[in-house]
Write a protein that binds this ligand. Structure first.
Ligand SMILES: Cc1ncc(COP(=O)(O)O)c(C=O)c1O
Length: 417
């Protein structure tokens, strides 16, 4: 159905260099300055068919917004049913922390259990269109799983590089999906170095975060969907657990495109970046008044998606925070783990530790008065807790049905909660 709608892509451009390039060639970073490239569209043309009315009958997947997505031929638009994730209220927790209008966009429902399905779905589709046969990427885990799934779907090869201590479920999932899996001594930036040094000679397309222009387009759909789900309005604040920051960059671009197409006005949500206390390069740079965030030494956190010590799109993330009058905040592992459990227990939503950090940030910012009671606040629930069995408590009572002490064991465990 959405197959009828054409992409209005016009160029690929460097927001820093101001250079525009032919979009129908395979580009990674800006040839002018090595920085981030983004995709540009003829938004007037897009708005002729991308209307509130025409959206009504379209499926809720990545290609719902085909006019402002970077894939021309509908046969290359891969889908595994990503997107259309629910926006859920958090009544009990919201009331407890003084944010009655706290909502979560549950991205854990995406294929492979995280929002990474959006970015990789878009990037793999576009790479297929441009004739790529193999894609390499460094990943904390979720991106590797999503890439493996879409590459299998597209009949292409995935080569993924993860930190040696990435959760086992990601390694197993990638392998099950047919990817070639390499483990790296170090963090995601060390994996990125290996990808960078080995891709060109082997003919692999490097889809490291923001080192190609298409993943941000997929992440952009989080912003498009959110505004559509809110009845074409923007919330007061968006809280986003941040690593490489593609989601912030993508959503910020989404709001700009929606305004230019007449769907919203100049209002913007406060963009709030959340990082872990022992890996907070963007938080530190933002509060120091900088636009670039140097490598964070000895980065450590239990939340793998936020264990990203350096981000190539740092200036784009920090620009979005400043322009939106948002902020950036760091959360300790102890606090994020406690909040992850609290969200599960009080809302029935088992989410990843990165999401726990975002909820903890909401509570802290309310306490400090940065957020007010009337604010409509959206937490991005970027990943599912099902991927983090490593964090689940052990020590369950084991019962032998033939043993007379079963009742006693049950009573004592039940009393302890
Ligand atoms: C669950 C989860 N949340 C947040 C992030 C950070 O995302 P981004 O790179 O868009 O900042 C990641 C990245 O791996 C992740 O897996």
């Amino acid at each position: 159905m959405e197959d009828r709608f054409e992409s209005a892509m016009t160029t690929v451009y460097g927001p820093e260099s101001g250079m525009h390039y032919d979009p129908d060639q395979l580009l990674t970073t800006d040839p002018a300055d090595g920085k981030v490239l983004l995709v540009d569209y003829d938004l007037e043309r897009a708005a002729r068919t991308l209307t509130k009315e025409s959206l009504e009958g379209r499926p809720w997947n990545l290609w719902r917004y085909a006019e402002i997505m970077p894939v021309r031929d509908p046969r290359n638009r891969l889908t595994l049913g990503e997107g259309g994730t629910p926006l859920l209220s958090t009544n009990r927790l919201g009331a407890e922390i003084g944010l009655p209008n706290l909502l979560v966009k549950d991205e854990g429902r995406n294929p492979t259990g995280s929002f990474k399905a959006r970015g990789l779905g878009a990037a793999v589709s576009r790479a297929k269109e441009l004739g790529v046969e193999a894609i390499a990427l460094p990943s904390a885990g979720n991106a590797a799983a999503a890439a493996s799934a879409y590459l299998a779907r597209g009949g292409m090869k995935a080569i993924v590089f993860m930190p040696e201590d990435a959760p086992d479920v990601f390694k197993a999932e990638c392998r099950a999906l047919g990817a070639q899996v390499f483990l790296v001594k170090g963090l995601i930036n060390d994996a990125g170095k290996i990808v960078r040094e080995n891709s060109a000679s082997r003919g692999w397309f490097d889809v490291s975060t923001l080192k190609e222009p298409y993943r941000a387009e997929g992440k952009k759909t989080m912003g498009l969907e959110l505004v559509e789900q809110l009845g074409w309005s923007v919330p007061d604040a968006i809280i986003y657990p941040t690593g490489g920051g593609t989601g912030i960059v993508g959503m910020w671009k989404a709001f700009d495109e929606l305004e230019k197409m007449g769907f919203i006005g100049p209002e913007r949500p406060m963009m709030i970046v959340v990082q872990a206390e022992n890996c907070a390069p963007i938080v530190k740079a933002f509060h120091a008044g900088e636009r670039h965030a140097p490598l964070w030494e000895n980065a450590q956190t239990i939340a793998p998606g936020m264990r990203v010590p350096i981000a190539i799109g740092d200036y784009l993330i920090i620009d979005a925070i400043r322009q939106s009058e948002g902020t950036a905040i760091a959360i300790s592992d102890a606090d994020l783990l406690e909040m992850t459990d609290r969200v599960s227990g009080s809302e029935g939503m088992h989410m990843s530790p990165e999401v726990g950090a975002a909820f903890a940030a909401a509570a802290r910012l309310r306490e400090e008065g940065f957020l007010s009671e009337s604010d409509q606040v959206i937490v991005f629930g970027t990943g599912s807790g099902l991927l983090h069995t490593d964090l689940v408590a052990e020590g369950y009572p084991v019962l032998d049905p033939n043993d007379s002490s079963v009742g006693e064991i049950i009573d004592s465990a039940y009393q302890q909660g």
